[in-house]
Ligand binder design. Structure first.
Ligand code: PLP
Length: 407
């Protein structure tokens, strides 16, 4: 697709965009360009009304009976089934539960006894920090080493066996991994890869079955727009399920929770990785948010994210900025990163103009290109504003340098 070279051409791309009508699904404030869908997606109107209905009717009127009458008890599983279509899995292979951090721990404990080669955990040096903390702690508790892998060392690490924790899309660079290649290598050595799908789900074409993925987790508050603190999901391949044990076997993963048996008997699907009572209001928001993905082709979403990214990169290069993401759209997830001095005050100066981006220390600004609501003109306007902020040094003000807790 031709990259627009003027705002008029960008507007023409918006006019031709087959996904343009999806923007109306979302509640987006006036005069805001929201490029942070890779961190917290905006609310869809459907998510907001689902939460309101759940709170005011199912909770307020239905009370405890709603566990049965409003489908609360099966909700985590029902949503897993809906998510399965987005990642190329069977409905029974996914449960929505807990956070990515907790789920990584659960999956590591389940994977270790099944992994071949060395008893160890490998994780990229550039991996998202929570994954690293969990890997370290799990390794300590299991008395096994945790190795940090340098860029380029991935295949050697897999060849040595054990567990490998890996993001399908890197949180900083947006690089999209060739998951099938990794899984083929793991198949040869006996290594087990636990995929973190947080930056990939809802924007990158994922196919657990075709790629031979056995274990994965991912969050639902980014491109899926499930809401702040929306629970994460666990995927476990059917063929492996019988040998997978949840190290936190709570009653919600029990085959008969209300039989109140004193011994544990796991459910016969991925739901065995549930532990405690699910957060119904959050799950309800996620259910509403997923309506925007009904009858959506994820390949079309990824293609649009790619085109938005190409425009972002072209304009950033024209401004002489350093691109920290792959140039080829098919090798990127849903965001583009640039490396830049004074990145934090620059994000605040953009914010003061209604343009939301984020900053990852020490020097990275990320532009999230969520294809359901971001327009080509949004990218054009953002890069124009950025260029002007740099030229006028309007970022160089004390109020833009005061660091907030969340950047
Ligand atoms: C790649 C990645 N993994 C894990 C997390 C954290 O997940 P959670 O807060 O659900 O534990 C994030 C959060 O942004 C992330 O980007």
């Amino acid at each position: 697709m031709k990259i627009p070279t003027s705002r008029t051409e960008a507007a023409a791309m918006d006019a031709r965009d087959p996904l343009a009508n999806k923007r109306a699904d979302f509640h987006l404030p006036e005069n805001v360009i929201y490029l942070v869908g890779h961190s917290l997606g905006p609310p869809s109107k459907s998510a907001l009304s689902a939460v309101k209905h759940c709170a005011e009717h199912s909770w307020a009127e239905g009370l405890v009976g709603s566990w049965n009458s409003a489908g609360w008890f099966e909700l985590a599983k029902t949503l897993g089934g809906r998510l399965s279509k987005l990642i190329g899995a069977d409905p029974a292979e996914i449960i929505v539960t807990d956070t990515v951090s907790v789920n990584l721990f659960k999956l590591a404990a389940a994977a270790l006894p099944l992994s071949g080669g060395a008893r160890q955990i490998n994780i990229d040096k550039a991996e998202f920090p929570t994954d690293q903390y969990i890997a370290d702690s799990f390794a300590d508790l299991s008395d096994i080493p945790c190795h940090r892998i340098e860029p380029g060392g991935e295949m050697n690490a897999i060849a040595s066996g054990g567990i490998y924790i890996k993001s399908a899309v890197n949180f900083r660079s947006a690089e999209l991994m060739d998951m099938a290649r990794y899984e083929r290598a793991a198949g040869e050595s006996g290594a087990i890869i636990i995929w973190d799908l947080s930056h990939a789900t809802g924007v990158a074409p994922l196919n657990m079955h075709a790629d031979g993925v056995r274990l994965a987790t991912g969050c639902t508050y980014k491109y899926l727009n499930g809401g702040p603190g929306a629970p994460s999901f666990i995927y476990t391949a059917n063929d492996w399920l019988a040998d997978l044990h949840n190290p936190l076997p709570g009653w919600m993963g029990h085959a008969q929770p209300f039989a109140f048996k004193t011994s544990y008997e796991p459910m016969d699907d991925a739901s065995r990785f549930a532990s405690g009572t699910p957060p119904i209001l959050s799950l309800t928001a996620l259910g509403g948010a997923l309506n925007s993905f009904d009858s959506i082709d994820i390949k079309a979403l990824h293609a649009k994210a790619g085109s938005l990214g190409d425009l972002c990169i072209a304009r950033a290069e024209a401004a002489g900025l350093t691109i920290a993401s792959p140039r080829k759209a098919e090798r990127r997830g849903g965001h583009v990163s640039i490396k830049i001095d004074n990145g934090y005050p620059i994000t605040r100066a953009l914010f003061a103009r209604g343009i939301h981006t984020d900053f990852r220390t020490p020097d990275t600004i990320r532009f999230g290109l969520s294809p359901l609501y971001v327009r080509f003109t949004d990218i054009w306007d953002t890069m124009e504003a950025l260029t002007e902020i740099l030229e006028t040094r309007s970022w160089d003000r004390p109020e833009f340098k005061r660091t907030e807790k969340v950047t």
